[in-house]
Structures are given as structure tokens and as C-alpha cells.
Design a protein around this ligand. Structure first.
Ligand code: SAH
Length: 232
């Protein structure tokens, strides 16, 4: 088994090269996507839209601070800023992804004060935020590493923690893992499905309670979204 650091280095190299090309296209409105990629785009957008709906429902966006860990090209952070979020700290392991995110933010006229970008792995993040969000990042890590990430993120969250991941299900196991669900020549990293109980237990160990969940699906995309709230 590769060590966690080795695994992370592979993920970082991927998202700075072929992974960047692939995901930057998927997370855009480019027409240069195949059917699989188009479906992943549709499924991922459901996750983003669900998070934005939850956050708007809670309201008071202007007075809350957000951390978007593993922000990618800013698919969540950009619309969140446009909805009036007070301050957002967005970061990603991949310098290429963060660079693209900040280019998109500038193009959209979003101020660097409202939305700050940093190239950093989420394990090195510090600070405290009202709400910490981490979407579709854990798929690159095995269970124990993902749970460790949940605990680290929970430690930075004052009120809420929102995470999404590809859940382990017997059906997916039958398909011998998500590899066959996310095919394509440039998909070179391993994809891990995770046990939801483990993710929930990790957050609960840090004083968080799951308050709502959704399952966002499209062909070739399958993501469990959970919102946790700090116990009062
Ligand atoms: N959250 C974004 C991007 C998802 S793609 C969205 O939903 O749109 C997964 C992202 O996780 C990639 O940009 C990758 O570089 C990043 N990532 C992978 N491992 C990471 C880690 N350890 N710390 C921070 N980011 C990581």
C-alpha cells in the first residue's frame, strides 16, 4: 500500500497535468467533453447546487466565513461569492487548479478580498471558519486517510461542516469499484469509495452531528453529500 504522502504526491501531479486538463474541461461549459464527462459535469453540478441551496436556506451569508478545501477551479466558491458570502478561503493541492480558479474569479469581477485562493493541501490548512466545505476530494484517498481529513476539517469548523464523497455500496462493489463508473483514458488516479459510517463517526468524534444528507447522481457520477452541525 502506498503511504498517504506518496498517494497525495500522485494526486498532486495528476491535477497539475492531465487531470487539470480533464477536470478543467468537465467543470466548465466547454463543448469538448464526451458523454461520460458531460454526465459527470451534470452530477457534480447537482452537488454544488445542493450545497448552495442549503447555505442560502441558512442565510446570513454576508456575515459568515467559509473555507472551501480542495476548491478545484472554484465551482462552488465562485457562485458562493456571487451570492454575497462574506469571506471565502479557497484552497487546493493543485497549483494549476487554484490558478484557474483565481483566473475565473477575476474574470467574474469577484474581489480578492472576498474570495482568497491558496495552493495548499487541506491537511496543512489552519484557522477557523463558520463553515468548512470539502466536495468530491475524498474519492482520491482510502478510508483511513479520508477520515483523518474529516477530523482535520472538523477542527477548523466553528458551526458547520459539509463534505461529499463516493459512497461504498454493494452495487458499486459488484462493479469492482468506481473505476468502471468513471472510465476514460485520462483517468489515471485511483478512485476510492468510502464507508459512510466511518465518515460520520470521524465527524462525530469531533463534536459534529449529521443534520442532512443527499445523494447526487447522474450516469457515471455518484456522490453522497452530508452536512454536519456542531453540537451546542
Ligand atoms: N471541490 C471541487 C473540486 C473537486 S476535484 C469541486 O467540487 O468542484 C478534486 C480536487 O481535490 C482537485 O482539484 C484536487 O487537486 C484536490 N485535492 C486532492 N487532494 C487534495 C488534498 N489533499 N488537499 C487539497 N486538495 C486536494
Amino acid at each position: 500500500m502506498p503511504t498517504k504522502e506518496a498517494e497525495k504526491a500522485v494526486v498532486e501531479a495528476y491535477f497539475n497535468s492531465t487531470g487539470f486538463e480533464r477536470w478543467n474541461r468537465i467543470y466548465s461549459d466547454s463543448s469538448e467533453v464526451n458523454r461520460v464527462q458531460r454526465n459527470i459535469r451534470i452530477g457534480h453540478q447537482k452537488t454544488v447546487d445542493q450545497v448552495l441551496a442549503w447555505l442560502q436556506e441558512q442565510g446570513d451569508l454576508a456575515n459568515r466565513s467559509f473555507c472551501d478545501a480542495g476548491c478545484g477551479v472554484g465551482s462552488l466558491s465562485l457562485p458562493l461569492a456571487q451570492l454575497g458570502a462574506g469571506s471565502i478561503a479557497a484552497s487546493d493541492l493543485s497549483a494549476a487548479m487554484v490558478e484557474e480558479a483565481s483566473r475565473r474569479a477575476a474574470a467574474a469581477g469577484i474581489s480578492g478580498e472576498q474570495l482568497r485562493f491558496t495552493a495548499s493541501d487541506l491537511e496543512s490548512l489552519e484557522g477557523h471558519y463558520d463553515t468548512v466545505i470539502c466536495l468530491d476530494v475524498f474519492i482520491h484517498y482510502p478510508q483511513a486517510a479520508a477520515e483523518e481529513m474529516v477530523r482535520h476539517l472538523a477542527g477548523m469548523a466553528q458551526k458547520r461542516l459539509i463534505v461529499s464523497f463516493a459512497p461504498y455500496t454493494p452495487l458499486l462493489a459488484l462493479l469492482k469499484g468506481i473505476g468502471q463508473l468513471f472510465p476514460g483514458p485520462s483517468k489515471t488516479t485511483r478512485a476510492y469509495t468510502l464507508r459512510e459510517e466511518g465518515i460520520v463517526r470521524a465527524a462525530m468524534a469531533c463534536g459534529f452531528q449529521p443534520i442532512r444528507r443527499s445523494l447526487n447522481k447522474a450516469p457515471f457520477y455518484f456522490s453522497r453529500l452530508i452536512e454536519f452541525e456542531k453540537r451546542g
